[in-house]
Design a binder for this molecule. Sequence first.
Ligand SMILES: *Cc1c(COP(=O)(O)O)cnc(C)c1O
Length: 379
Amino acid sequence: MKFGTKAIHAGLEPDPTTGAIMTPIYQTSTYVQASPGVHKGYEYSRTQNPTRHALEKNLAALENANHGLVFASGLAATDAVMKTLKPGDEIISTNDLYGGTYRLFTKIFEGYGLKFHFVNMTDLQNVESHLNENTRVIWVETPTNPMMSIIDLQGIANLKKGKDIQLVVDNTFSSPYLQNPMDHGADVVMHSVTKYIAGHSDVVMGALMLNDDELKDQLAFIQNASGAVPGPQDAFLVLRGIKTLHVRMQRHCENGKEIANYLKNHPKVDKVYWPGFEDHPGYEIAKKQMRDFGGMISFTMKDDSVEYSVKILERFKLFSLAESLGGVESLSGHPASMTHASIPREERLKSGLKDSLIRLSVGIEDIEDLIEDLEQALG
Ligand SMILES: *Cc1c(COP(=O)(O)O)cnc(C)c1O
C-alpha cells in the first residue's frame, strides 16, 4: 500500500457493532468482565483503549514498523525510552536538538545516572569517537532543530551494527511522509504527534514506532506502569488529522520551497537554513533519505541584532508568533527565547544558533499571502 492509502486505511476497520466508518471515541475508563479475568481484551483504559489501539496500528503502518505506542506528549514518549536504561548507561545525542528533549536528558535523567554526550552528528567521527561498551542509545534528530542540518541515518546505523545499541530517531520535523527512519536502519522512531501528524494545533501527543517484540513489550509495560497515556478523544482527533497528512505535507513542501527561495534572494536576509538548497551541506543525504524537503525554514538577517529580529516577529500578520510547528497555519518563532531557551547560550552558539535566528513553520495557506506577509514584515 502507498502512503496516502495507508494514512486513510491502515489499522482501521469499520466499527463492528454499527458499521461506523470513523473509529468511535471509546470514552470509557473500564470494561465489564463476564467473570474475573474473562474479558474482550480490554480491562482498564490506561492499559488498553480501542480508539488508542486503532491509532497505534495506523501510526506503525506510516513508519513501516510492526508496533506503535502512543503517549501523552512527545516528551512522555522520549521519557519512556530513557526508562528502559539503567544508571551508567550512555547516550550519544545530536547537539542541535529540541530544547525540551535536552532539558529532560540533562535535568532529569542525568540525575538518575545516565550519561549524555551531545555531539555534532553531521560528522560521523564525532559519533564513533564517543561509542564505548556503555553506549545504549544513539538519539538523532534530522533535520536538526532549528539549524536544519542533515544527519546520515544509514551512516549512523552502520556504526552501531552488531552492537547492543538502539538508534532512536526523533522524526517530528519530517513527519512519516517525508522520511521513514526504519528504512535507513533506525530501531525506534519517535514523534511529537502534536506537530505534523496531528497537524491542526489542537492536540498534544507523542508516539514510538518499532519492530523489536521484546523492546515493544518493555515500552508497553512502561506506558502502562508510568501511565502517561493520551485520552480517546485526542486519539480520535489524531486519526482524523492523519487522513490528510500526505495532502498537507505536499502543500507544506511546495510553500516551503517558494519561501526558502524568496528569503534566499531577499537583500536583507543573511543565511537561510533549508535542506532543499543544492548548496546545503546535507543536500545529497537529504535527497537519499527524505522524499521532499519540508516546510521548516530558519534564517538570519544581515543586521544581526535581536531587536531587529524581534521587530520582524512582531510585524508578522499571518506567521503567528507561537511555540510549536507542523500545523496548517504558518507560525514563526524565536528559538533563542522560546523553544531552545532551556539550552545554555554557549551550547546554542556552538551549534550555530544565533540569538537573531528566526524559525518559520510554513503552513498550507495560499503562497501569495505568505510572501506578502514576509514582504511587509522584512520591509
Ligand atoms: C515538540 C517537539 C518535541 C516534544 O513534543 P511534545 O509533544 O511537545 O512533548 C520533541 N521533538 C521535537 C523535534 C519537537 O518539535
